[in-house]
Design a protein around this ligand. Sequence first.
Ligand code: PLP
Length: 282
Amino acid sequence: KEVCLNRIWQKPEEAKISVFDRGFMLGDSLYEVIPFYEGRVFALEEHLSRLKYCLKEISLDFDVEMLIPYIEDAVRRSDYASNDAAVYLQVSRGAAPRSHFFPEKSEPIFLLYSFPVNLRGFENKHWKLLISEDIRWHRCDIKTTSYLANTMLNDKSYKLGLDETLLVKEGIITEGSHSSAFFVQDEIIYTHPEGHQILSGITRKIVLDLCRNLGLELREEAFPFSEIAYADEVFLTGTTTQVMAISEIQFQDNILFQSSEPGPITRKIQEAFIQRTRNLQV
Ligand code: PLP
């Protein structure tokens, strides 16, 4: 499959970036993953507006709108156009002599490509989680490719045969290493408020909207680590994760939370999510 590097579709093995690219050298770049359900893009505006926000936060001048035809092209050009897929999109500040300050002149570069992803059947799966200290920086709202901390954290659960790592900062759950976290207790849904401590997940936003439509009680309040054992339901959200029920949460050698099947609130949200993404209703 071809990739698009700076407007030119080419074979991945022929696509070249400079060794002085700031994304490569310093992690000075941003990314998005945009889902396509049966060939239809989902929440494109939300993804592009988050990218715009992140570009502004890192003082990078880049025209986000020009990406739209390339994003649509990415899926059209693939032979899985009528199946589920996603587009990976990355914008780097570009090549410049290495410096810690942002260079006055650099040509941003963008890379995008589509890949097949199975977005069906998530409601029949469940994940087991590991709890770990949130060792990330103080601007988790910026969707940078500098995901070394996230990958170190995710690798801990992977090595244990678990599915994702849930992060604790100062006694509260922030989010997962690549997902947003939700807790249900006494029929109230809790999720960490937006701010510098979490990524403003697009799926999180969609789920908040679905909860309001469904008349579910929702609080954008951090859930304490000490309450995990007393949660009724836990689920994670993300673009490819969608709405994933959690069956177990481990901390060191203890199991803090266990649930043999998705709870009724998780189920309701999953159903509404399927309807929304498959263009049925809600
Ligand atoms: N939180 C983190 C740290 C992430 O990396 C991601 C996705 O990659 C998410 C949350 C979920 O965000 P979204 O729903 O926009 O995919």
